[in-house]
Ligand binder design. Sequence first.
Ligand code: ATP
Ligand code: MG
Length: 332
Amino acid sequence: MALLEVENLNVRFATHEGVVHAVNDLSFAIEEGGALGIVGESGSGKSQTAYAVLGLLEANGSASGSISFAGRSLLAMSESELNRVRGAEIAMVFQDSMTSLNPYLSVGTQLTEVLRLHKGMDGAAARSEALRMLDAVHIADPARRLGMYPHEFSGGMRQRVVIAMALLCRPRLIVADEPTTALDVTVQAQILRLLKELQRDFGTAIMLISHDLGVVGGVTDHVLVMYGGMLVESGPTAEIFAAPSHPYTLGLLRSIPGLTDSERTAQTGKLPVIPGSPTNQLLRPTGCVFVQRCAYRDQDCLAPPAVETSGQRRRACHRNLAELAAGPWGEP
Ligand SMILES: Nc1ncnc2c1ncn2[C@@H]1O[C@H](COP(=O)(O)OP(=O)(O)OP(=O)(O)O)[C@@H](O)[C@H]1O
Ligand SMILES: [Mg+2]
């Protein structure tokens, strides 16, 4: 049994304009200690997938399907049960570290408070555990830092504090939603390395959400690519990078900024970006969600694609891109 098992998840929002189909029939799993990346453009349903898992959808939203965490159904839990799971067993790290920190309290007060509340630790024990965690996230001179306030830290350091706070209760899963998007590239790389290290040292499973396939590439062992609230492709990260099987994944790979032109060409061909813009979730196409932007589209794509499974890989496309590029259609 995987640590997190999501099956046929649907997330809907009721709005004045109609029902928004934010997540559709999505299934995935995260193993104990594993790392899954969820990737897709803005509006593809990444955050709402995470919020559904955490029971944090906005009031006009609802989730259906099944979400099981360590064998327990999260969708069936009461708010107080969910509150216990959140924080203690599943921790969250968001893009803006200031949303997780109280600007008026010292970092030390905030860290020790979590331990007193969730673990019933006394002052001295909580302080030494807080120091240990700041050290684990590589904050130098942690004893002095405990007395400082969030605004006295740089953005990257603040995100480390948030990660330390997330780790305090030794959660089994950390959900990190664009944790490095607000940071510059060097700091971003340090934070990603840190996540990987913590996964190894603490055995914490990670759900890492990013619009950037390059960001999840170095940290995760599995990737789930979403478009228009649907699964596009999923599988082991290395396999997806080596041979994307869906045209949308190919487009994402082509737009990774870090790749040199020759690496990009060797891996993926010519185009650096995916033309067109993301779909409108109110006016859903009847066929493949990606059809309007797909360079490989044909008549078959007007019907919704079945999800093809092969080994650990899944793909929502009529054809396998690897075969397409080599076949009579060639490069688009
Ligand atoms: N409260 C809400 N009411 C109506 N629609 C919503 C609500 N919250 C989210 N949505 C819609 O759900 C869809 C998926 O949103 P989601 O936040 O999951 O996107 P995302 O992939 O995380 O994008 P981003 O990269 O911009 O964070 C979007 O079309 C969004 O507008
Ligand atoms: Mg989001």
